[in-house]
Structure formats: structure tokens, C-alpha cells
Design a binder for this molecule. Structure first.
Ligand code: HEM
Length: 210
């Protein structure tokens, strides 16, 4: 039995298409954000991550942690410039993906590189300044991840919650400095991240804080 012209136009109305897009975008972004982890797992299982897999895993996860931090920070400027409210709803998930990749990055360093030798790790954090800076970036992300739920937002109050979550800019700056400091040559990638972060901060400074 075919649908009447009225019911067909009702199911395909712009409102329904918009609602469908809104419902589809979150799962789609979730799957895309799992992509780098899946790719790494595939590479590890097929021995395709080079002659130094531990260094590869640490660096790969560090790269994606920083990229997701910047992507999460781009959400508000994109929402402000485009007016697309749907973009704003992705921010928490993207921020949590940044935290997920940072945790993998640190876990790889602590477990695979240092074999959970806590005194050696502590010595590294104290002696190697780029690790100290990375640790500062990580420690500032922890309270943000812990308060990312709607319940915590209610408990803290929207203003305090927003103020706390602005610290993510510090994490991104520290993450870029951490990256720059560990390099001896080839500063193009962290420099590009620095330019992107400066642009994002500029847009937010020009537009009002939400
Ligand atoms: C927000 C926190 C952090 C971010 C965004 C971050 C990001 C990065 C990035 C982008 C790299 C360079 C990857 C490349 O070469 O392509 C890196 C390297 C590295 N990071 Fe982090 N990191 C963070 C925290 C930490 C912490 C807490 C530790 C250790 C406790 C750590 C240890 C390392 C190590 C050991 C390397 C590799 C150095 C090497 O291969 O010589 N990072 N990180």
C-alpha cells in the first residue's frame, strides 16, 4: 500500500529531515572519533606501526589528544559563526574524546614505556620539563572531565561550571608547548596547532562568551 501524498510530504518535511540529521549527527561523530583508536588497534594487530611500536603509540595518541582538544575548542566558535545549535551539542563528547586519547597517551607512557616504575616516572616528571608541562596539561583536564555531566553542571551552577571549563584553553596551550619542547627539528605541526588555537581564542574574544 503506498502512502498518500500528504503523509509522504509530512514524513519528508524539512522539520523531519532536520530532526533526523540532529539525531544522526551524534552517533556519526562518535564513530568517526573512535576511528583513530580503531586504526591504531588495527595497526598494532597487523604489526604495521613501525619498528618502535611503543614510541609510535605514545606519539600517535598524543597527536590525537591535541587534535581533539582543538576540535572541541572549535565547537563554540563554529556555533557562534554558523548559528548551528546542533554543533554545540557535540562539545562535551569531543572534549571527552580528547580526554580519552590523553589517557591512552599517558597509559602507553606509564605502562609500555616505563613498566609502571613510579619512581622513574616521578623522576621523569621532575627532570624533563616537557613531561612536567604535559602533566600540567593533563591535571587541568581531569576536573573538567570529572564535571562534564549535566548533574555536575547543575551542582556547580552554570557560571562556575563555565569558568572552570575555560581552563581547557590552558590545557591546549600547555599541550602545544609540551609538543614543541620535545622536538629538536620540524616545528611545523605544533606551530600550525598554535595558529589554530590563536584563531579560536581570537574569535571567542571578538564574540561574547556564551
Ligand atoms: C593534555 C595532555 C597532553 C597532550 C595534549 C600531549 C600531547 C603530546 C603530543 C602531541 C606529543 C608529540 C607527538 C608527536 O611526536 O607526534 C607528545 C609526546 C609525548 N608525551 Fe604527551 N601530551 C600530554 C600529556 C602528557 C603526559 C602527562 C605525559 C607523561 C606523564 C606525556 C608524555 C609524553 C611522551 C613521553 C611523549 C613522547 C616523547 C618522545 O617520543 O620522545 N604527555 N605528547
Amino acid at each position: 500500500m503506498s502512502a498518500s501524498p500528504e503523509s509522504k510530504s509530512a514524513t519528508q518535511s524539512p522539520e523531519n529531515v532536520r530532526r533526523f540529521a540532529e539525531r544522526a549527527v551524534k552517533p556519526l561523530v562518535f564513530v568517526l572519533a573512535c576511528g583513530p583508536a580503531g586504526w591504531l588497534l588495527y595497526g598494532a594487530l597487523t604489526n604495521a606501526i613501525g619498528p618502535n611500536p611503543i614510541e609510535y603509540i605514545i606519539r600517535y595518541c598524543g597527536d590525537w589528544a591535541l587534535r581533539f582538544l582543538l576540535i572541541a575548542l572549535a565547537v563554540t566558535p563554529v556555533r557562534l559563526l554558523s548559528g548551528a545549535a546542533i554543533v554545540g551539542r557535540l562539545r562535551r563528547m569531543l572534549g571527552l574524546f580528547a580526554f580519552f586519547y590523553v589517557c591512552l597517551h599517558i597509559l602507553a607512557y606509564v605502562g609500555l614505556d616505563q613498566f609502571f616504575n613510579w619512581s622513574a616516572i616521578f623522576a621523569d616528571v621532575v627532570k624533563r620539563v616537557y613531561i612536567t608541562v604535559g602533566m600540567a596539561a593533563f591535571l587541568t583536564l581531569v576536573p573538567m572531565a570529572a564535571t562534564s555531566t549535566s548533574g555536575m553542571m547543575k551542582r556547580l551552577g552554570a557560571r562556575r561550571w563555565r569558568r572552570l571549563h575555560r581552563v581547557v584553553y590552558f590545557s591546549a596551550i600547555a599541550g602545544i608547548i609540551h609538543f614543541l619542547m620535545m622536538l629538536k627539528t620540524g616545528y611545523a605541526e605544533p606551530a600550525l596547532y598554535g595558529v589554530i588555537l590563536t584563531a579560536l581564542l581570537g574569535i571567542r574574544a571578538l564574540k561574547k562568551w556564551p
